[in-house]
Design a protein around this ligand. Structure first.
Ligand code: ZN
Length: 179
């Protein structure tokens, strides 16, 4: 990976990073359903971006058609390489937030409201109100009532990954707004 550009060239001639670490990108990976992931590996090894089918409709939905999913997962590869401590509850939450933020930002255009609400993953989930998060991105507390405390400790019945994502979403949604 070229640490200056964050790109993963197949052959890195500038000697700033190891070469041959372009991404394996799987579509319709049969290992799981209703998710996608990015497996981080050391510089010079090829990481894997897995996109699974979502069972939220019939026929199943191919997450390879959801550009937000692809950008979200690829951003995990970028942030995980550039900041090698994006693990654990709080750092993991920021990693989720960065990934969501890049996915949303690339597709936002005027007159989209920078204060939201903005939904992440609405295509794959077929949930156009919440998407993959418990609440949409919004600075309006009546739309997204999450606080730092509630995100970490007070949301019952959520997996730790979902909880981290909700927290990261809230923080990045607030920090990323542009007036
Ligand atoms: Zn993620």
């Amino acid at each position: 990976m070229n640490p200056q550009t964050g790109q993963r060239p197949r052959n890195d001639l500038d000697a700033l990073g190891l070469d041959h670490d372009s991404v394996f990108a799987d579509a319709q990976d049969g290992a799981r359903f209703n998710n996608a992931n990015f497996t981080l590996v050391p510089d010079g090894s090829r990481p894997r971006l897995q996109r699974f089918l979502f069972t939220t409709a019939t026929p199943f939905i191919d997450s390879a058609y959801d550009q937000e999913v692809i950008i979200h997962e690829y951003t995990h590869g970028l942030s995980g390489r550039l900041v090698d401590t994006v693990f654990g509850v709080q750092a993991g939450a920021m990693g989720e937030g960065w990934s969501d933020w890049f996915g949303m930002s690339i597709f936002n255009r005027p007159p989209d409201n920078p204060h939201g609400p903005e939904v992440v993953g609405e295509y794959v989930t077929q949930d156009f109100v919440h998407g993959v998060r418990r609440y949409p991105y919004a600075t309006d507390m009546t739309i997204n009532p999450l606080t730092y405390e509630r995100s970490l400790y007070r949301l019952p019945g959520l997996s730790s990954a979902r909880r981290r994502g909700d927290l990261g979403g809230h923080v990045m949604g607030s920090a990323g707004q542009v007036d």
